[in-house]
Design a binder for this molecule. Sequence first.
Ligand SMILES: Nc1ncnc2c1ncn2[C@@H]1O[C@H](COP(=O)(O)OP(=O)(O)O)[C@@H](O)[C@H]1O
Ligand SMILES: [Mg+2]
Length: 257
Amino acid sequence: MSELLSVSGLSKRFGGLNAVSDLSFSIESGSIVGLIGPNGAGKTTVFNLVCGQQQPTAGEVRFEGRVVNALPPFERVRLGMARTFQSTVLYTDSTVLENVLRGLAARSGPAVWSGVPGLGRWRAYRDDLHRRAFDLLDFVDLRDVHDITARNLPYGHQRSLGVAIALATSPKLLMLDEPVAGMNPAETAQMAQLIRRINQQGTTILVVEHDMSFVMQLCGHIIAVSNGRKLAEGTPDQVQRDPQVIAAYLGDEDVAA
Ligand SMILES: Nc1ncnc2c1ncn2[C@@H]1O[C@H](COP(=O)(O)OP(=O)(O)O)[C@@H](O)[C@H]1O
Ligand SMILES: [Mg+2]
């Protein structure tokens, strides 16, 4: 397997706070990797740095061997990096279908328009986009609700839609920030299954999750962080047994281990 993403010496300071400190890890192509840690450990900040929403104070982010620090988020999306957000971010006044179409445009948009295509080609393009959108909606099981306004979807479906929007950019790496937060057990099981199916199609997954048991079942490799630093890394078994990880989680009552 080859290395898809790596970060080295990654650091982010907010004023006097070291949210991420000298963090290094790499992710193999095809894997499902979990990034775990107590609240405030720096997990979301890592996502922001990797995807370009924030600039690191120090350190490097490499994707397929290329340093991407200087690239804005949309260019990283074009390279195949996609993320979902901890709180659902949808176009809430748009339909499910429109949300996915916007995701599709995020990767293929400007280049398509630059050629000023004739009407026939434009129709072919539009039909192709719709076909791809419905394929995606089938994949995440939302075809039946494609014309519902996003804000009116049940919570679990909103999270699935968030995943579909990210998938619309055909990512090589999909980064999920707390995909099952607030979900009931049935919704959680469905999301786990969806993540596995995405991975089986060849997409590498990096998942941040607070729910230890969810991560332990889903991920082959786990990176544990606390106070912005890496505590431990390895198989779920190794990380679960790590004294530093246990200590970090004992101080964190929110965790349903
Ligand atoms: N934009 C910001 N400005 C200042 N502090 C921040 C900012 N974003 C995050 N932090 C702080 O950085 C630390 C790590 O936050 P975060 O990455 O959101 O943690 P996690 O996702 O692991 O819960 C926290 O102490 C948080 O309060
Ligand atoms: Mg977070």
